[in-house]
Design a protein around this ligand. Structure first.
Ligand code: SAM
Ligand code: SF4
Length: 467
């Protein structure tokens, strides 16, 4: 008699820092390792492989990595004492920037790989098990990594990410991305459309297109022509079952007429746009090498609002770029007041070695940067609260994504990316249904299914927040 047995699954833990592109890359790393037997694990304890997917955008990234590696050294020794092996890999932008430095300081690391080489992970794992030293792959290979990813991917759920563009040629004074992610590259549209269809087939209803400069997208279309982001969005909007489209992160310089028209024409394109401006001062914007003025940014905002009047904006801001005066910072505050943001990310300028701003004269003192950031964040928080409160009493479609935090609750997203929850059946997950907003809580909204939505017996999830 013969018996068959499946090989034991190996446990893979991935820790992700940074942006949504890193979240997407981590999921792709799990996909390429699945065929060689790795299944996701919730903790690094006892894992057969641990990947740290790093972010280099602000300082302390390298120190955070090495303290994590110190802890993992012990976990690796415990695993070996129990008769097993833990493969330890460092991926992402710190890996790209530091390369061999990582294994020089932490020789217990087995693999160091940059963001352009993760499709080679199975081969690297095999090499690491044979090699005496670490395997380091931090090239920017000419081959397209997207062509080497498996078609089968773990389902991402109701909302999914899809990388369409990578890298950046803009070289803002403060930013490491052009050095860690390399030159701008757009995936051909056919591959993007095929991946979107697969995501929808596995349950995705909302797809967010990702890229460091997503609206610089210029991929080859199936017609052999170069497609911009607007054209790509129109093609994606034709996929049956794909209810919602978003894209991030875009640059004000690359908002062209076709993209504005896509916001006017495509109901699937959600009325919420993350459009980083960084500063409201023309002198600072020039020093940042942003290639646009404050007035250019405001014109883009106005054109988009004209095309889609319910469009709400989010942005990124840097307080205390080298040379920024108090008066120039006030111009940022004025721009924020003029636009009125629904949400925003704001950072203290953080010096990144190798970037032009790092060596610039007139670095702003830390205490001054802190004070400016606090003032900016207070204003942005007020605007976010006001925006959330402005939704109370409105009825609009919510896409339900999963169970809420409390029993009997179901959670979803508004068109403006606000989390919303209500008491209702889990059968709503994966569906869009009209909801009337009852209350704006500090970080989410609560609501009630609107009449005619097919559900019944629903209650507000929580007491409305005090006014
Ligand atoms: N490509 C996008 C753009 O052009 O705005 C943003 C990419 S970057 C990953 C995300 C944000 O991090 C930036 O918009 C910027 O506000 C912030 N950032 C980047 N480098 C920074 C630095 N050295 N100090 C503080 N914030 C920084
Ligand atoms: Fe960095 Fe500027 Fe490129 Fe954005 S556009 S990734 S901030 S260099």
């Amino acid at each position: 008699m013969t018996t068959t047995s499946t090989p034991p699954r190996k446990r893979l833990f991935i820790r992700t820092w940074g942006c949504q592109m890193n979240v997407y890359d981590s999921a792709r790393m799990a996909d390429v390792l699945a065929p060689i037997g790795y299944a996701p694990a919730e903790t690094p304890d006892g894992a057969d492989m641990v990947i740290l997917n790093t972010c280099h955008i602000r300082e302390k990234a390298t120190e955070k990595l090495f303290s994590e590696l110190g802890r993992l050294r012990e976990a690796k020794a415990l695993k070996r004492a129990a008769g097993g092996e833990m493969v330890l890999a460092v991926a992402g932008c710190v890996a790209q920037a530091e390369g061999k430095e990582i294994t020089a300081r932490a020789p217990w690391v087995d693999i160091v790989l940059g963001p352009q080489t993760y499709h080679k992970l199975p081969e690297m794992v095999a090499r690491a098990s044979r090699a005496a030293g670490a395997v380091i792959e931090c090239e920017f290979p000419a081959e397209d990594k997207f062509d080497h990813l498996p078609d089968a991917a773990a389902p991402q759920g109701v909302t999914a990410f899809l990388t369409v563009q990578e890298g950046c040629d803009k070289f803002c004074s403060f930013c490491v991305v052009p050095y860690t992610r390399g030159a701008e590259f757009s995936r051909p549209a056919a591959g993007v459309l095929a991946e979107a269809r697969r995501l929808v087939a596995s349950g995705a209803r909302e797809v967010s297109l990702l890229g460091q400069n997503v609206n610089a997208y210029h991929g080859e279309g199936p017609d052999g022509r170069s497609w911009g982001l607007g054209r790509l969005l129109r093609a994606l909007a034709e996929i049956p079952g794909l209810l919602r489209l978003r894209y991030t992160t875009s640059h004000p310089r690359d908002v062209d007429d076709d993209l504005v028209a896509a916001h006017r024409d495509l109901p699937q394109l959600m009325p919420f746009l993350h459009l980083p401006v960084q500063s409201g001062s023309d002198r600072v914007l020039a020093a940042m090498n942003r290639g646009h003025t404050a007035a250019d940014f405001l014109r883009v905002v106005d054109r988009l609002r004209e095309a889609r009047p319910d469009l709400a904006f989010s942005s990124d801001f840097i307080a205390g770029h080298p040379g920024e005066t108090a008066a120039e910072f006030e111009q940022t505050m004025a721009l924020v007041r003029r636009v009125g943001f629904a949400q925003a990310y704001s950072f203290k300028y953080s010096s990144r070695p190798g970037t032009p701003a790092a060596g610039a004269p007139h670095q702003v003192p830390e205490a001054e940067k802190d004070a400016r950031l606090q003032a900016l964040q207070a204003l942005l928080r007020d605007q976010q609260d006001a925006f959330n409160r402005s939704r109370v009493g409105m009825t609009f479609p919510v896409l339900f994504t999963g169970p809420g935090r409390h029993a009997g609750q179901v959670a979803g997203r508004t068109p403006w990316l606000q989390p919303l929850h209500l008491t209702g059946p889990l059968s709503l997950v994966g569906r869009e249904a009209p909801v009337t907003v009852l209350a704006a809580l500090p970080n989410s909204l609560s609501g009630l299914l609107a009449a005619g939505s097919g559900a019944h017996n629903v209650q507000p999830a929580e007491e409305p927040a005090p006014a």
